[in-house]
Design a protein around this ligand. Sequence first.
Ligand SMILES: NC(=O)c1ccc[n+]([C@@H]2O[C@H](COP(=O)([O-])OP(=O)(O)OC[C@H]3O[C@@H](n4cnc5c(N)ncnc54)[C@H](OP(=O)(O)O)[C@@H]3O)[C@@H](O)[C@H]2O)c1
Length: 315
Amino acid sequence: MEKMKALVYNKKGLPDKLFYRNVEKPRPNDNEVLIKILAVSANAADYRSMRMGIIPKRRIFGADIAGRVESVGENIRQFKPGDEVIGDLSDCGFGGFAEYAVAPEKALIPKPTKILFEEAAALPMAGITALQALRDKGNIQKGQKVLIVGSGGGVGTFAVQLAKYFGAVVTAVCSTKNVEQTSSLGADYVIDYTKEDFTKSNRSYDLILAVNGNRSLSAYKRILNPNGKYVMVGGALVQIFKSILFGWLMSFGSKKMRSLAAKSNQKDLEFIVKLVEDGKIKPVIERRYPLDKAADAMRYLGEGHARGKVVINVE
Ligand SMILES: NC(=O)c1ccc[n+]([C@@H]2O[C@H](COP(=O)([O-])OP(=O)(O)OC[C@H]3O[C@@H](n4cnc5c(N)ncnc54)[C@H](OP(=O)(O)O)[C@@H]3O)[C@@H](O)[C@H]2O)c1
């Protein structure tokens, strides 16, 4: 039985439940690709799932991977050994905090050589979430006034850049330490939430993305323009529950309050990757960890104040 290193969840571990250890190396079935992972990024989905007791089948978290195809199952047509790939394993059991993972073809796309492995690993979940929130739920239009609440983290840094790419006038909300970074990503106006309450100003917006924080739905609705849309992406759990439970109730009239449940999607990932390849957007990587320190990466992300993406370089 071949072995590999991985960060494995063990519910009996205290105080930390993640352990770096040898486990069985996965073997691809006929419809799977075996990938040698070179980089993987951590997402809120990883630590939130762990806190809620939602544990992946092989007890290994990590969805956003970049690596090289090691071998392929009999029915695989799109990829061959040696191909460089980017993957989103969120729909196929996670398993990215490891030296190897298996995935169906639909979870993978080719990685352009121009994009580094660690950059590639920073793209899938955060990039796709920001895209689906702005374009699909928010129906973003050129010239619209867009407010992004929580512009400092993984999703927020992509949301600011994508909203600018779609031609919006972007106002972003973050804490003092992220003001400069948010401006450098293209935001037209940046509000420091430690100094100013954006819900109490007389500015209003066509589209609001609630990426982080916890504000009342009525405060958000008040600063929406007629026909405006509020899209709840994430934030404190209470923010998420309020939006899911009461958003539809508050959507009578022209202002709409919606919630996003982002879905892994090859086409959307290709869209994000092409924008990065063309230099239109870029991943913001704040911290890098080796695989044997991936538990520290999860702990850091779990504190809720990462500035952009946290990446684990496996090699
Ligand atoms: N709906 C979906 O399908 C979906 C998909 C992916 C993620 N999500 C959710 O989206 C949220 C963001 O994900 P992420 O990957 O970007 O997380 P993240 O990288 O951990 O976000 C951290 C950022 O949030 C900011 N933040 C924390 N408290 C804030 C507040 N009160 N107001 C404004 N900003 C605040 C922090 O900036 P400061 O240090 O400046 O405060 C930090 O930069 C999470 O709740 C996640 O669960 C949802």
